[in-house]
Design a binder for this molecule. Structure first.
Ligand SMILES: [Zn+2]
Ligand SMILES: [Zn+2]
Length: 360
């Protein structure tokens, strides 16, 4: 008994034709021998996948297979074209891998770091970023051809930028598209190169890009601005711009996801008797909070909606006000007397050692 075709494609027995096609596309891409030149088992694996697909994608063959009939696979891919046709029917004309046409000259991606404050990270900020990058040549407007001269269609690829190459593989020859080497994938030949950019269409320059940083971003986030990177040479697609966000530490708040933590020191008496304190807010200013009598160290008051913006969602996190009770270490004579009086009323045993004089 041969292997189960459904298992090979990783689909269930009632999978739709579309599901089968999808599974095949994925597997074929991963295991194509051209993509795994160093793996000797790739060929067999790929053949297996292709066989399974050939049988299951054809309703009549699939029906016979389900019924348990023997299906002769020996001549399925015997003819040249049998396989090429299969690949083309599933992946389209460009073959198994993405078309390299005009992609080879795609502009480079650019990474620009920027630092923002915690408050800016909380609500978002618009930043003007200035950075050095290749820009389109102003002399030739990016064409690479000297002004007044024309570029002409590439004689090798006829302007397509790519040429079909037949590669001999285990399946007979497989046609693939590769970038034209004569015009480097641009499809155009330059007769008189522009002097400023020597035909590249690009020169080094300064870029100024305004970027909107959304509220709630965290340290290390990279924002991708599609098509804002360096231009491709001679009209090819631009690269992308990545803005890497660094959030500066804040000496008042510690961030915990969308929440902000602030720590407030109270005196012994304040904690025991209750008080009102002001907590700083990330948007600026302060908010008064009631600290009730008998508040213990470590008590957390939560101010709802006073934290960071939630990235990509509505609303804000909370502000967590953590109460710390500061025990005095530098009692004056007067304070010590008051505290000892308190201890004796309270019946608390305290150390008899007198306060050491501190040199000030
Ligand atoms: Zn130029
Ligand atoms: Zn060409």
């Amino acid at each position: 008994m041969s292997k189960d075709f459904y298992d090979i494609l990783g689909v269930s027995r009632d999978a739709s034709t579309e599901e089968i096609k999808k599974a095949f596309r994925r597997l074929a891409r991963d295991s194509h021998p051209d993509a795994n030149p160093d793996d000797p088992t790739a060929e067999a694996r790929f053949r297996e996948i292709a066989e399974a697909y050939e049988v299951l994608s054809d309703p009549e063959r699939r029906h016979r297979y389900d019924r348990g009939d023997t299906i002769d696979l020996s001549d399925l891919f015997a003819s040249f074209g049998g396989f090429d046709d299969l690949i083309r029917s599933v992946f389209g004309d460009s073959g198994l891998f993405s078309t390299p046409t005009r992609q080879t000259n795609r502009g480079r991606d650019v990474l620009v770091p920027t630092q923002i404050s915690l408050a800016e990270a909380a609500f978002g900020v618009t930043r003007e970023l200035e950075f050095a990058a290749l820009v389109g040549c102003e002399t030739c407007h990016g064409s690479g051809a000297a002004p007044g001269t024309e570029s002409e269609t590439c004689s090798k690829c006829g302007g397509a930028g790519a040429v079909r190459v037949a590669r001999r593989g285990f399946l007979g020859s497989v046609m693939t598209l590769t970038a034209c080497d004569l015009c480097a994938g641009s499809g155009q030949m330059i007769r008189v190169p522009c002097e400023t950019c020597r035909g590249r269409g690009l020169t080094s320059g300064e870029r100024l890009v305004s970027v909107e940083i959304p509220g709630g971003v965290s340290e290390g986030t990279r924002l991708r601005l599609t098509g804002q990177g360096e231009p491709g040479s001679r009209g090819a697609r631009r690269g992308d711009l990545f803005v890497e966000i660094h959030v500066a530490d804040d000496d008042r708040f510690v961030r915990d996801g969308d929440d902000l933590i602030v720590r407030i020191d109270l005196g012994l008496a304040q904690a025991a008797l209750g008080t009102e304190v002001e907590t700083p807010l990330i948007e600026g200013g302060f908010q008064e909070i009631e600290v009730p009598r008998g508040t213990q160290p470590g008590t957390v008051f939560s101010l709802r909606g006073k934290g960071m913006d939630r990235l990509g969602r509505r609303g804000r996190g909370d502000m967590l006000v953590e109460i710390n009770v500061h025990v005095p270490e530098d009692l004056s004579k007067e304070e010590e007397e008051a505290l000892r009086a308190y201890a004796s009323v309270r019946g608390e045993e305290t150390s008899r050692t007198k306060r050491r004089r501190r040199s000030r």
